[in-house]
Write a protein that binds this ligand. Structure first.
Ligand SMILES: CC(C)(COP(=O)(O)OP(=O)(O)OC[C@H]1O[C@@H](n2cnc3c(N)ncnc32)[C@H](O)[C@@H]1OP(=O)(O)O)[C@@H](O)C(=O)NCCC(=O)NCCS
Length: 190
């Protein structure tokens, strides 16, 4: 059963605080998306301007309030530095949710996303009542694949036309974890 998640809800991990985005995050989000190739593994395009990014913030809050998507900033627990973003979105299937994520290029390769995704799986299964959580990675995106494997997600499907980048289709693999698999991993004991 999905419970109501208040705006001030946070998730604490060993090194991070996951929380609803605020306007002060946006310059760091914008800076992350300026790194060459940063958005190649994600559908869509980054905001072209800070104004565009600011304009999207109320929409992300609305989606949170309506229980559609919980997009969270990942901040360093002690310094509050923005490390990245992780989001969990309801799919069209009953009790199925989909994950998306990125780490600021200056903070990649330090295990932050593995820590955040692991926490979001717990959030999905415990607070949102998810029965299945899925995520997809572009076939070439080895670090994204690695994050999903490290948290215990399993391959379920190859998607030849996952999303378009410029005029080219990007192929992807879809990964999943069921609530039952998550409980068997012992994650539910935490
Ligand atoms: C994918 C992404 C979120 C990973 O974030 P991160 O904070 O660096 O992730 P972690 O540090 O927790 O784990 C990364 C793993 O990938 C591995 N990795 C990194 N580059 C790799 C490569 N080229 N080949 C194989 N493995 C690689 C790291 O070694 C690490 O695994 P390890 O712990 O076994 O050594 C980050 O690279 C990113 O934001 N990329 C751009 C946006 C994106 O593609 N998002 C995902 C869309 S599905």
């Amino acid at each position: 059963m999905q419970r109501v998640i208040p705006p001030d809800f946070t998730i604490q991990t060993a090194r991070c605080l996951l929380r609803r985005p605020i306007a002060a995050d946006l310059p760091h989000v914008f800076a992350a998306t300026r790194f060459a190739g940063f958005y190649d593994g994600m559908p869509g395009e980054p905001a072209a301007t800070m104004d565009e990014l600011e304009g999207a913030l109320p929409e992300s809050w609305r989606e949170w309030d309506e229980g559609i998507t919980y997009g969270m900033t990942i901040a360093d627990l002690t310094t509050n530095t923005l490390l990245g973003r992780v989001g969990i979105r309801k799919t069209s299937r009953v009790d199925e949710w989909n994950l998306g994520f990125w780490t600021h290029p200056e903070h990649q390769g330090q295990g932050y996303m593995t820590e955040a995704v692991s926490a979001i799986l717990t959030f999905g299964f415990e607070e949102l009542g998810a029965i299945k959580i899925v995520a997809s990675y572009a076939l070439w995106n080895k670090s994204s694949r690695r994050v999903l494997e490290k948290v215990g997600m399993k391959f379920i499907a190859y998607i030849p036309h996952a999303f378009k980048k410029q005029e080219y289709w990007v192929e992807a693999n879809k990964m999943s974890m069921t609530r039952r698999e998550w409980l068997l991993l012992g994650s539910g004991d935490r």
